[in-house]
Design a binder for this molecule. Structure first.
Ligand code: NAD
Length: 387
């Protein structure tokens, strides 16, 4: 089996690791960072967890904080203009998946030079070149973007949530410090946690899984499956926050190497057209997509159920698979995941988009990694089922 492995060159993981940012820059041989973050990081003062040690080390830095949740191409272009005349030699991406993806996209577009647009890089084109070394520091335990070779940017002209993949989107280094996630509100804790769980599950059942991605996915399923409810109910539980943060990064490493599948393929059009946060649209889809796919990869789904603590080790595959379906429904209930209608999306809205939701889901390429590959009709049936 041929394996093509992607991972950051260095990762510093642990409570308080953000305070070692200056040492990380020193190790990488860079000293003039642009920090890309969001306004919440600035207003909460979380950004000071890296600004203070940078100041202490005498490292000058500039901040771009005009990023938005679920990033769009116009903000990326604004970021490239902001950075154009700065004397910088690296980018620090600080925040949830949105600012991290924004930083990656700025870095890719900056390397491409004048006249380039984000959509020039969407899959199946490769985004292999970045202007500067990028160090990612996540503040949510969710996307795993700190460890992936992806960035997801919405085209404001077409409302398409574009998947952009390549070495240019892979951070050179990451600092994974669960203490940065202690302040994440309950709703975002749930949404990002389900996102991470979905990454791990989809990586394990993906047609592109390999022994290395399997190792990451298994470790992630164990950590996330056993800590997601706890972290939602007990936001101050440091052990659970630490487990979720590590689990999310491991899940990122898993799907960066095995790819995601149908849940993510169907989730992106929901985000683009109806502005549902990424983790939430995954959560809405996860039980129905798993039900649709279960028998095509039953041993793998059953293994996931056991790893996540949803089924005892003694269960045969059939029973463990059934328990997985039940556990995913219960998880959504316990984490108060709304249905699309509760989110203000009418059933008929699914049919109105142009191109259709199913066409867009298939265009991303992710459904082709699913254990069973659906056609447009089957995809529309699953969308209808999640009400
Ligand atoms: P996010 O970055 O949009 O953050 C959600 C909200 O939580 C924001 O308001 C943010 O300010 C707030 N927040 C973040 N950290 C906080 C903290 N520590 N305390 C308090 N508030 C905090 O959400 P996300 O789910 O992390 O990222 C979603 C984006 O990531 C989407 O655009 C999605 O498509 C993308 N994504 C990328 C990859 C990848 O591999 N690149 C993978 C999955 C998802």
């Amino acid at each position: 089996m041929d394996i093509s492995l992607f991972a950051p060159r260095h990762m510093d993981i642990g409570g308080g690791a953000a305070s070692r940012i200056a040492a990380m820059l020193h190790r990488l041989g860079v000293s003039r960072p642009l920090i890309v973050t969001d306004p919440v990081m600035v207003s909460l003062g979380l950004i000071d967890r890296i600004r203070a040690p940078l100041d202490q080390a005498g490292i000058p830095h500039t901040i771009f904080s005009d990023t938005v949740p679920e990033p769009v191409d116009t903000v990326i272009e604004a970021g490239v203009r902001f950075a154009a005349d700065l004397d910088i030699d690296c980018i620090i991406a600080f925040g949830g998946g949105s600012p991290i993806d924004t930083a990656k996209a700025i870095n890719i577009l900056r390397a491409a030079g004048q006249g380039a647009r984000m959509r020039d890089f969407k899959v199946p084109h490769a985004a292999d070149h970045a202007a500067l070394p990028l160090i990612a520091i996540p503040t949510t335990a969710g996307t795993g973007s700190e460890a992936t070779r992806f960035t997801v940017i919405t085209d404001t002209g077409t409302d398409e949530k574009m998947l952009i993949a390549g070495l240019g989107a892979l951070p050179v280094a990451a600092i994974v410090d669960f203490e940065l996630s202690m302040s994440v509100p309950a709703r975002t804790t749930a949404d990002t946690g389900i996102d991470a769980f979905t990454h791990a599950l989809e990586a394990l059942v993906s047609r592109r899984a390999n022994p290395i991605s399997d190792g990451y996915a298994r470790a992630a399923l164990r950590l996330i499956g056993r800590n997601l409810r706890t972290v939602y109910r007990e936001p101050d539980n440091r052990a659970a926050r630490a487990a979720m943060m590590l689990g999310a990064t491991l899940a990122g490493l898993a799907f960066s190497n095995a790819s995601v599948a149908l849940v993510h393929g169907m989730s992106r059009p929901i985000g683009a057209h109806f502005h549902v946060p990424h983790g939430l649209s995954n959560a809405m889809l996860l039980p129905a997509v798993t039900r649709y796919s279960l028998n095509a990869a039953l041993p793998r789904y059953a293994e996931a159920a056991r790893l996540a603590g949803f089924a005892p080790d003694t269960d045969a595959d059939q029973l463990a698979g059934a328990r997985l379906l039940e556990a995913l429904e219960t998880l959504n209930h316990d984490l108060a995941v709304p249905t699309p209608s509760a989110f203000g999306i009418a059933r008929s809205d699914w049919d109105r988009t142009q191109p259709t939701m199913a066409t867009q889901a298939l265009a991303s390429g992710s459904p082709a990694n699913n254990p069973i590959i659906p056609d447009e009709t089957q995809i529309m049936r699953i969308y209808a089922e999640i009400y």
